[in-house]
Write a protein that binds this ligand. Structure first.
Ligand code: NAI
Length: 737
């Protein structure tokens, strides 16, 4: 459908010639009632004549359009609007276009040269727009154009006065865009290039002729149409080309160290980094701009702890150069313990949006439920204590500015469904430190144990802004990679709303950063309001997968990986898009209201339904125990060294079926990093068990105690019988398979 301006009233200032005339003709041609304003001055602002405006009005009327002339100077802004209202009864669009030039080299610029330019361009646009403003606000519609210039954006010899006024208009437009937004009053700025009497003195004649004003007008019409939602934009336009401009900002560098004075010498020494546009950000608001600065401040105030949230837009950087991977890698943080009861599990489930509205959530919300369980992603909670306690600060070789630490990615793997109460101990190790140029990446692996038993593994990917450049490697085989989703429409999409109090609730699970609750603290961080914890959205996304692809069965959950991209505000809706690829469910999480991706490169790995319920797998005469051994094999692959340390023995297995030997297995947890193979032991097993396929499953599922099985003759043991106690370490995890 063509864009119509029927019923709209448009005021174009300086429309007696050049670009303004073209706009006036184009608006009128599409049905608008147009006020053609022009003072009829010369290019320097001298003289006055009604001829220019009259001529354009005649042209419009000759074509059957509606137009009236106005001869006031834009310095009498009220008069322009009054005559518009007198003629047409309303004002919908103001195109601030009138302009003059008084080019001089800066030294020769007189007060008059300066003042006249400011008065016509900047003050004139202000006065005309202010006179129209309340009319637009009251009718909940308005479109305003400011005319800037490349001279203002980039500077131009001999145009100091003009450059200042033109960029002043952009500043005016930026704020009007914000103040007018909620009234549907939009303000955009153009920097045109066109042949006109203003440019004929600086451009060759054939260029003046070919850069036609009609190659600019369509942009102005679009920006002024009710369909166009653009607001606060800046566009360069000419010769039929249109481009949008925005600000870019270097990652920057924090040149202040805690408790030390800030000096010009440090500024000098960091100058290259300050001006380096690698990984530059593109702030679009004062909030975003201040965010990095306030993050420095607020993180200093909060004691330099690692904020477990994805506020990764923060951008200034540390001056730290004290990273020594050789020293840091392999260092352990002090172990932490985490005591919990069902209360914490339930609180966490509520924190990640579970509700009694959904009957199948009850198993996570009610300790009396027969299948009461802990949500798998609760597995991050015990391990994050290691980070929250500021343990990183004590690591040698990691002399970094802890105000610059951001939580970039998270990986969690469970080796058994989480218990619903107990005491868990976490051990964190720096497994790698990477040099990403603009920043350093610290990979922190946290193993969490219940007694001796490994329950979960977390990998925190911590980004230290500005701490790169120490000459380290860029990638690590230790990093659990994030993965892009398949290039097809998602197989499932779940939309779920967070509540206004989601962060207030989630923080009770242990992330007490005031950024998530205190409006003034959030404002210091550059946010309009407290933001949701990244790990809260992570919990939402994981339970969406669990519900959709695993029937809410926590024993099906194996692992999750996410990359935090943007923050979510409590109350926004999360849209989790899921792609199933075998047992891997790729996910991407967006804020529904803004379509912004908040979790990227993410996936959840599930245990296959068959693996998870071995009872159902006897079809085809296969041995149920095969699956358990397959899983033991996977676990040895992942964790072999841990298990070898704990067990240090070779186990032989003889599985019988209907009284006959059906399979032999060897679990070697003594040599190298452990192995599993099907068949008899090549060397000597420390202990060999003979058991029927059925009884093996009973033991595995915790229904038959191994000692009892031995005494009742169901389990035969040859070799070092004491080692059967260690069976627990291997088998106990599968009790809930
Ligand atoms: P132009 O000189 O043809 O048009 C400007 C019009 O404004 C003239 O008709 C003039 O009489 C009128 N005017 C001057 N002072 C006035 C006042 N106090 N009140 C009311 N009307 C007044 O020039 P052009 O090229 O069409 O320029 C239009 C706008 O675009 C100007 O603001 C100019 O600075 C801007 N611009 C133009 C560029 C180009 O390549 N033509 C480049 C960058 C900016």
């Amino acid at each position: 459908m063509s864009l119509s301006f029927e019923g709209r009233v448009v005021l174009v200032t300086g429309a007696g010639g050049g670009l303004g005339r073209e706009y006036a003709l184009a608006f009128a041609e599409r049905g608008a009632s147009v006020v053609v304003n022009d003072l009829g001055a010369d290019t320097k602002g001298g003289g006055k004549s009604s001829a220019a405006a009259d001529k354009v009005v005649e042209e419009i009327r000759a074509k059957g359009g509606k137009a009236v002339a106005n001869y006031d100077s834009v310095e009498d802004g009220e008069k322009l609007i009054q005559s518009t209202l007198d003629a047409f009864g309303r004002i919908d669009v103001v195109v601030n276009n009138a302009g003059i030039l008084r080019d001089r080299s800066f030294a020769r610029t007189s007060d008059l040269d300066w003042d006249l330019i400011q008065r016509v361009h900047l003050r004139g646009s202000f006065l005309v727009t202010r006179a129209a403003w309340n009319h637009m606000k009251n009718q909940k519609f308005g479109r305003i154009i400011m005319t800037a210039s490349a001279a203002g954006i980039y500077g131009n010899f001999g145009q100091a006065n003009y450059s200042a006024a033109k960029l002043g208009m952009l500043g005016l437009a930026n704020t009007l865009a914000i103040e007018g937004r909620k009234y549907n009053v939009h303000c955009n700025t153009i920097a045109p290039v066109a042949g006109s009497r203003l440019t004929e003195t600086v451009m060759p004649p054939d260029l003046v002729a070919s850069l036609k004003p009609e190659y600019v007008a369509p942009l102005v019409l679009w920006l002024c149409h009710e369909q166009c939602q653009e607001n606060g934009g800046l566009f360069e336009v000419g010769a039929g080309w249109i481009g949008k401009l925005r600000w870019e900002r270097s990652q920057g560098r924090t040149v202040r160290q805690k408790n030390q004075p800030m000096t010009p010498e440090v500024v000098r020494d960091q100058w290259d980094k300050i001006c380096d546009f690698t990984d530059a950000t593109k702030p679009t608001s004062v909030q975003e701009s201040l965010q990095s600065i306030m993050t420095v401040l607020s993180q200093v105030e909060s004691g330099g702890e690692v904020g477990v949230n994805p506020t990764a837009a923060a951008a200034s950087a540390t001056s730290a150069s004290g990273i020594n991977p050789a020293e840091a890698v392999g260092q352990k943080l002090p172990p932490t313990t985490f005591n919990f009861t069902h209360t914490q599990c339930i609180l966490y489930a509520l924190g990640v949006g579970m509700s009694t509205k959904d009957p199948d959530h009850l198993r996570f919300l009610y300790e009396g439920h027969p299948d009461f369980s802990c949500l798998p992603t609760f597995g991050v909670i015990p391990s994050q204590a290691a980070m929250m306690d500021g343990g990183l600060t004590s690591i040698p070789g990691l002399n970094i500015d802890f105000t610059q630490v951001l939580h970039g990615e998270q990986y969690l793997e469970l080796y058994r469904p989480l218990p619903t109460s107990g005491k868990l101990t976490s051990e964190a190790t720096i497994v790698d430190v990477l040099d990403k140029g603009s920043g350093a990446v610290i990979l922190l692996d946290v193993n969490t144990y219940s007694g001796d038993e490994l329950v979960s593994y977390n990998q925190f990917t911590v980004f230290v802004v500005g701490a790169g450049g120490f000459g380290g490697k860029r990638t690590s085989e230790k990093a659990k990679p994030s993965l892009p989703p398949p290039k097809r429409a998602p197989d499932a999409v779940v939309i779920d709303s967070t509540t206004r109090d989601q962060a207030a609730l989630y923080r009770l699970s242990g992330d007490w950063n005031p950024l998530h609750i205190d409006p003034s603290f959030a404002a210091m961080g550059g946010f309009k309001a407290p933001i949701l914890h990244g790990l809260c959205s992570f919990g939402f996304a994981a339970r969406h997968v669990l519900k959709h692809f695993a029937d809410n069965d926590p024993s099906r959950f194996k692992a999750i990986k996410v990359r935090f991209v943007k923050p979510v505000m409590p109350g926004q809706s999360l849209q989790t898009e899921m792609w199933k690829e075998g047992n891997r469910i790729h996910i991407q999480c967006k804020v529904k209201e803004t379509d912004a991706v908040v979790l990227a490169g993410a996936y959840v790995d599930l245990h296959g339904a068959s693996e998870a319920s071995p009872e159902s797998l006897t079809q085809g005469g296969g041995l149920q125990s095969e699956l358990v051994f397959a899983e033991i094999g996977r676990r040895i692959k992942d964790l072999g060294s841990e298990l070898v340390k704990k067990v240090n023995a070779v186990f032989g297995w003889e599985i019988t079926k209907d009284g006959k030997s059906a399979a032999q297995w060897t679990i070697d947890l003594k040599n190298g990093s452990g192995s599993l193979h099907k068949g008899p032991c090549s060397g000597k097993a420390d202990v060999t068990f003979t058991v029927s396929d059925e009884d093996f499953m009973e033991v595995v599922m915790g229904k038959l105690n191994p000692q009892k099985a031995f005494f009742s003759g169901k389990l035969k043991v040859r070799g070092n019988i004491m080692l059967s106690q260690k069976l627990e370490v291997i088998l106990k995890d599968y009790a809930k398979l």
